[in-house]
Design a binder for this molecule. Structure first.
Ligand SMILES: NC(=O)c1ccc[n+]([C@@H]2O[C@H](COP(=O)([O-])OP(=O)(O)OC[C@H]3O[C@@H](n4cnc5c(N)ncnc54)[C@H](O)[C@@H]3O)[C@@H](O)[C@H]2O)c1
Length: 270
């Protein structure tokens, strides 16, 4: 059901790779809720072609941008404000990648050039997106900016490797930039800490199916789906959450507040 929650708003949504991507669902729902959006992804992801189907369905286009490149981001804001006919009301950072995880490097044997890449792509790019947008005065007063995080920022999940550090930095950037943009433009900046979700980035983590199932059993509501995460993003972009800022918002079916559950006890009894 649509509620017109984003009627008249303009947004940029990054990170839709295929229909399993969290950002894909956010784009579909934002369009359904009345927003005009621009999609963006790394030039390499564009070659896979899938995102053009989404653009067609959302009556929009894709502006390629490597989120670590200031030049690409400058072009992204110039093109988006021109095509959408005004400043940006909401922005989704839905970007994560670790070469160390991809190449199955042990945490005790990390490649530090790759570690820097992990931080640049998965965390600093969030700062860059806000800094470039702010400098270009591309954000509207009262807007909403979100990035997606994971509970490995606070607790150790061994296979999450250097992505854990990236998520901690990402959440910290949300607080620091939330202060700045809150004071200057009443813009709120938050991260949503999402349950494990079956997407390309998610299932790239070794043993993902095990911790997906563990988290599901450890959450009274079960794992939150990508669809449910998209609903939460829409609520955060809407005018119904105007006073929420500088928060890491848990969207995990209760996982982060559970000590143990009956399902886990049952599992261990076997
Ligand atoms: N899937 C999960 O279990 C899970 C859980 C919590 C948080 N998250 C976070 O959600 C976000 C979206 O991930 P997803 O699970 O939808 O997976 P996904 O693989 O569909 O999305 C990741 C996106 O990042 C993009 N990307 C990578 N490098 C980029 C760059 N240099 N510039 C621009 N874009 C780049 C990819 O092209 C891809 O579209 C990520 O931040 C991820 O860490 C995922």
């Amino acid at each position: 059901m649509a509620y017109n929650l984003l009627k008249g708003k303009r947004g940029i949504i990054s990170g839709a790779l295929d229909s399993s991507s969290i950002a894909w669902k956010v784009a579909e729902k934002a369009f359904r809720e009345g927003a005009s959006i621009i999609l963006t992804n790394a030039p390499i992801a564009m070659r896979m072609g899938e995102i053009n189907k989404l653009a067609e369905a959302c009556k929009t286009e894709v502006v390629p941008a490597d989120a670590t490149s200031l030049e690409d981001l400058e072009n992204l804001y110039n093109t988006s404000t021109e095509k959408l006919g005004g400043k940006i009301d909401f922005l989704l950072h839905s970007i994560g990648m670790s070469p160390n995880v991809r190449k199955k490097k042990e945490y005790g044997d990390l490649n530090y050039d790759w570690f820097q890449k992990t931080l640049d792509v998965s965390a600093l790019s969030f700062h860059k997106m806000m800094q470039v947008g702010d400098k270009q005065d591309a954000f509207n007063e009262g807007g909403s900016i979100l990035a997606l995080s994971y509970i490995a920022a606070q607790r150790t999940f061994p296979d999450y490797s250097d992505m854990a550090q990236a998520k901690s930095v990402l959440e910290s950037i949300a607080r620091s930039y939330g202060y700045r943009l809150g004071r200057s433009k009443n813009i709120r900046v938050n991260t949503i800490s999402q349950s494990p979700t079956m997407t390309t980035a998610g299932s790239g983590v070794p043993g993902f199916d095990i911790f997906f199932s563990y988290a599901d059993k450890m959450s009274p509501l079960g794992n939150a789906s990508a669809e449910a995460c998209a609903d939460y993003c829409i609520a955060m972009f809407s005018d119904l959450t105007k006073m929420v800022t500088m928060q890491n918002l848990m969207h995990d079916g209760g996982f982060s507040s559970s000590g143990i559950t009956d399902e886990i006890i049952e599992e261990l009894r076997k």
